[in-house]
Design a protein around this ligand. Structure first.
Ligand code: NAD
Length: 399
């Protein structure tokens, strides 16, 4: 079939297998051209198929020579539907890793469940013995609690007062005002249950109990802070409450793991275009302006540059990882530089539909968004007939 993008709001319901594979290959090539680092050799990435998790897996494998196990929640092709981008990304990653002589297996299923945790533990036992790095990079709209069976849905809302701001419809380029009403207590609790640290801690506890976590293992989960203009909707909103919980979990995990030489961190990453960030109101307009400023200043980074830097310049430098005063790794250092933020804020105040393409990199945002689904990648023939039904290697797939 000839596969074209079908965009519905902030998602694309199709993905291109050849484009996704090429996109993964480009990230692999980027890492291969950087100096190698002496990092973890047996790595588990939870949320491994897209965005920051995929980049974490690629950088660990091709920059540090690591065997990897990934966990993701992706759909294969069916009837006349393509598979999800994360499915194609995973197939492409495994192929490239195996070519390099690295072990790579992926468990496709609900990471929040006890069943998937048990399956991963069996896989580690069979192929790795123990893991020495666990990356936790899930972004999910819902979670079913493995003990109570309760299903929580996360929301992106302010806490306390309504939030009023400029926003953009990325597809039409329409800039408008949006008001988002504050979350209820129940919605805050649900969002923390989905995106907070409880499941991360369950993973680490399960791996330790099964003795498949190395004594000196590192674990890292991802967070975001961003500028004041997004505080109400992000850092001080429902998702920010979940990130506070994630950071408190990192402290607790660090206390547990450091007894045997292990460590736990939250890494604060920069704003990038991913399937998750495109769903947050206001953030796409901020990202479009940020990209323009960072590209002009030669500071622009995507997921792969950030994740390579996390290993090579933070986690595996041979001494203690540099952190802020709250123990967090900061990869948002360039985004938060005062000169970058001052220019972004001036753009934010002035931007409207008349100057959109002068003050923002909306074109770059749109292009990154399409690339998430394998579209707009150089060298791919989008008129060619391709088979969307690409199998994922047997060892990993649960479906
Ligand atoms: P993403 O949507 O690209 O990736 C989410 C991953 O989680 C995918 O691999 C998906 O398959 C997996 N997943 C979702 N539900 C699952 C489930 N139930 N079981 C197994 N796997 C599941 O998201 P992302 O933007 O890369 O976000 C990853 C982390 O990085 C999040 O904690 C996010 O808050 C953080 N972060 C993102 C940004 C940003 O700008 N995108 C910035 C800083 C921090």
């Amino acid at each position: 079939m000839v596969i074209k993008p079908k965009i519905r709001g902030f998602i694309c319901t199709t993905a291109h297998p050849v484009g996704c594979a090429k996109h993964v290959e480009e990230q692999v090539e980027y890492v291969k051209h950087q100096p190698k680092f002496d990092g973890a050799k047996k790595v588990l990435v939870i949320g491994s198929s897209t965005g920051y998790g995929l980049a974490s897996r690629i950088a660990a494998a091709f920059g540090g020579g690591a065997d990897t196990i990934g966990v993701c929640f992706e759909k294969p092709a069916s009837d006349n539907r393509t598979a999800t981008a994360g499915w194609y990304n995973t197939v492409a990653f495994e192929e490239l890793a195996k070519k390099e002589g690295l072990f790579a297996a992926t468990v496709n299923g609900d990471a929040f469940s006890d069943e998937i945790k048990a399956q991963v533990i069996d896989l580690i036992r069979a192929h790795m013995g123990q893991v020495d790095l666990v990356v936790y990079s899930l972004a999910s709209p819902r979670r079913t609690h493995p003990r109570t069976g309760e299903t929580f849905s996360s929301v992106i809302k302010p806490v306390g007062d309504p939030f009023h701001s400029k926003t953009i419809d990325v597809n039409s380029g329409k800039v408008s005002e949006v008001t988002i009403l504050p979350a209820t207590e129940e919605e805050i609790r649900n969002t923390v249950a989905v995106m907070g640290g409880e499941d991360w801690e369950m993973w680490i506890d399960a791996l330790r109990e099964a003795d498949v976590l190395a004594a000196n293992a590192t674990t890292v989960a991802y967070s975001y802070i961003g500028p004041e203009l997004t505080f109400s909707i992000y850092r001080e909103g429902t998702i920010g409450q979940a990130k506070n919980d994630l950071e408190a979990t990192a402290k607790r995990l660090n206390e547990k793991l450091s007894v045997t030489g292990g460590r736990a961190f939250v890494s604060v990453n920069k704003a990038v275009v991913t399937q998750s960030s495109s769903a947050i109101p206001v953030v796409p307009l901020y990202i479009s302006i940020l990209f323009k400023v960072m590209k002009e200043q030669g500071l622009h980074e995507g997921c792969i540059e950030q994740m390579y830097r996390m290993y090579a310049d933070r986690l595996y430098i041979g001494t203690a990882a540099p952190t802020d005063d709250r123990g967090r790794i900061r990869l948002d250092d360039l985004e938060m530089r005062p000169d970058v933020q001052d220019t972004v804020m001036r753009g934010w105040d002035e931007i409207d539909e008349s100057n959109l393409f002068d003050l923002s990199d909306l074109a770059g945002y749109r292009s990154d968004f399409l690339q998430l689904f394998g579209f707009g990648i150089e060298g791919v023939d989008y008129e060619a007939d391709v088979n969307p039904d690409v199998p994922m290697a047997e060892a990993g797939s649960t479906k």
